[in-house]
Design a protein around this ligand. Structure first.
Ligand code: PNS
Length: 167
């Protein structure tokens, strides 16, 4: 059984992420969506919330599992016996960072390959921070996040905005 890991911050999961996860689920027997920690990021949603969003958005995909881990991705891949890390690649802006991560992960765990799926053209501009920013300024995020979690995300972001405005 071939297992792949789709790691990311997913703060929150977007249509772009869901597209990559869906395509990975067609390529591997089992895909674990790993809600991970990016040392450089400050998160809006807790790991439990981010996992719950991913779970709901992927409920229709039978071979997807959702997990969280606050250690090294390469170590997690060893624990799960995963042969691949699958990541989405947008335009040039992602390349250098993703290339560096792939090389480091291969050094730490040579048994695991990083595979990049190129984003769909309509998701080129999309990111979790853009979703949060559009919502913060009252814009519509309907086209950016999966339908199944749109209401949940809007509620939580409205709550964040109110909290921010009180201070
Ligand atoms: O969605 P992101 O923030 O681009 O995802 C980056 C993430 C979380 C996949 C990456 O930071 C990660 O793998 N974190 C786990 C710790 C780790 O293994 N870091 C890379 C080696 S230094």
């Amino acid at each position: 059984m071939k297992t792949a890991i789709c790691p990311g911050s997913f703060d929150p999961v977007t249509e772009g992420h869901l597209d990559i996860i869906t395509r990975a689920s067609g390529l591997f027997d089992r895909v674990i969506v790993l809600v991970s920690v990016n040392y450089d990021k400050h998160y809006t949603f807790t790991a439990q919330e981010r996992m719950e969003f991913v779970r709901k958005a992927c409920a229709h995909l039978p071979n997807i599992e959702v997990d969280t881990y606050d250690g090294l991705l390469a170590e997690y891949c060893k624990i799960k016996n995963a042969t691949a890390i699958v990541k989405g690649l947008r335009a040039l802006s992602d390349f250098e960072y993703e290339f560096q991560m792939a090389l480091i992960n291969r050094k730490l765990n040579p048994a695991c390959e990083t595979i990049f799926l190129t984003t769909r053209a309509e998701n080129m501009y999309l990111s979790s921070s853009i979703v949060k920013q559009v919502s913060y300024f009252g814009g519509d995020i309907e086209n950016f996040v999966p339908d199944t979690i749109l209401g949940d995300i809007q509620d939580r972001l409205n709550q964040e905005r109110r909290k921010h405005n009180e201070h």
